[in-house]
Design a protein. Sequence first.
Length: 374
Amino acid sequence: MSDAPSPPPSAPKEKSKPGRRRLIILVGVVVAVVALVFGWMHLRAGKVSTNDARIGAHVVAVSSEVSGRVVDLQVRAGQRVRAGQLLARIDPADSRLALERIDAEIVRIEAQQSQLRAQQAAVVRRVGEQMGVSAAGVSAAQADALARQAEVAAARSAFERSRTLFERGLVAQSRFDEDQARLRAAEQNAARAEAQIAGSRAQVGVTREGSSEVEVLEAQIAALEAQKQGLRAQRGQQNLDLGRREIRAAFDGIVDQTFVDPGEFVAAGTRLLMYHNPSQVWIDANVKETDVRKISIGAPARIEIDAYPGEVFEARVSYVGGAATSQFALLPNPNPSGNFTKVTQRIPVRLEIVQQQGRLRPGMMVEATIDVVD
């Protein structure tokens, strides 16, 4: 029995090799998982991601500034337009008629002004002539009065001499009476001459009153000029109204939607169409308020657009909002009951992005990943 073979001593070691291999694999898997977790956490710590983002642009609503019927709509949705291009036309017939009425009224007032100026010129000539005649009459009357006064003086001297001689008995009664009558006639002629001077001067006053007629006519001309200025202002307003009936593009863009058809009547303020400039787009993202402290102006961002899966676009932070989006809600959310549920708020962030051959269109959904910049 002592010669029976014993089992080889290395057999237990061979049986333990598969267990050691499994242990090594398990340890390796655990290390890899831990490394992946730490890497993912590190990556997450250096990024701010959000899927609450979309492409934005200046979408302009074009409205009518006047009331009227749409007689022409030159564009359709999706059409490209150039700055200054006619988009729509509102019926201009009423504005043109109003403009013609204003022009006719201005012509009428100008004709009336011409007539008044002609009357004024005639009055000025008449008054000038009358003033000359009246001044000549006054001069003639004054000269006649001087002559009559000289006659009075001569008659009075002769009368005084006759009276003295008559009292001495040196002249006859008839000579005394004759000299006395001559004095009285000279005095009457002098009185008539003074009255003629007064009459001539009164005529001068009447003639001068004719100059007030010139002033009245001038006031009437000035009043008509004020009316004409008012009509010119109305004409300018009517021209502006006429120009507003042709709606033109303010910039190059693409028509997004039209809201009227030719033949429709629109009131002032009615929206006609919407269009935007496709070369000016950006990303509007809303990030959690807990992540805002990690975002800085100028930080790079990685953009994935739902419309183009698999493509990545580059962007950069250009603006970080100063208030949460809830502050701009149309309907506020007060809490009078005291029941409060805390909800993480969103802060608007704008990202600059370069247009990609017109593929980036307003409203497209976007996933944005922003790098944390220390």
